[in-house]
Design a protein around this ligand. Sequence first.
Ligand code: ADP
Ligand code: NI
Length: 222
Amino acid sequence: MTDREIILQTITFVKSELLHAEGGHDWWHIERVLNNARTIAKSEPVDLFVTELGALLHDIADHKFHGGDESAGIEKARAFLLRLPVSEEVISHVVNIMTNISFKGGNYKQQFFSPELAVVQDADRLDAIGAIGIARAFNYGGFRGREMYNPTLKPRFGMTPDEYQQSAAPTVNHFYEKLFLLKERMNTATGKKMAEERHRFMELYLEHFFKEWDGIQEDQAT
Ligand code: ADP
Ligand code: NI
């Protein structure tokens, strides 16, 4: 079996695993992350096979959707890869990518580093910002029944991973608690460049959002 065939089988597996996923964490999120990862990988010294497997499997174990438990998803991915001609070295690298990719509020110490994780993490972060990031944040907020915005609730910084996961804050707060922080956390030069335009677009978006919230018409004579 060629690496290409393994990737195709992984695509089929991930699609079936994510069949009922929330709209921001479904197969299309994975496809976008895979595309971002392929773009970034062009200028990084990575093993493309590991990078693609990491991008494809990175959200199978998402703690947000499994009551904080990642181990079931990790085991599922490992069991899947074990059925294919993939070396133990590649499997453990992919598992390390899955376990260490997450933001978790930004105050969690990442335990593992590799050029492949750096690429997949940037690819995933890019999908959390810009036009797509905005859509995903509001979709997730709606999925959780959150307010879009509440002017009386200020964003919180320095949350622990548990506090971050349990937060029921309005979606606009998530821009300040995570989305605007990502630009400074990009690992690769290509990722940083791609993040800049997406970051600016989110700033412009919120500028309009607040103006509309307050019903302001700027060229109005007073
Ligand atoms: P990670 O999986 O890296 O820990 P998050 O838990 O922050 O990342 O979630 C990934 C995506 O899910 C975010 O980029 C966002 O689109 C959405 N999301 C997560 N938490 C929230 C939230 N509190 N409000 C709005 N969107 C959220
Ligand atoms: Ni993801």
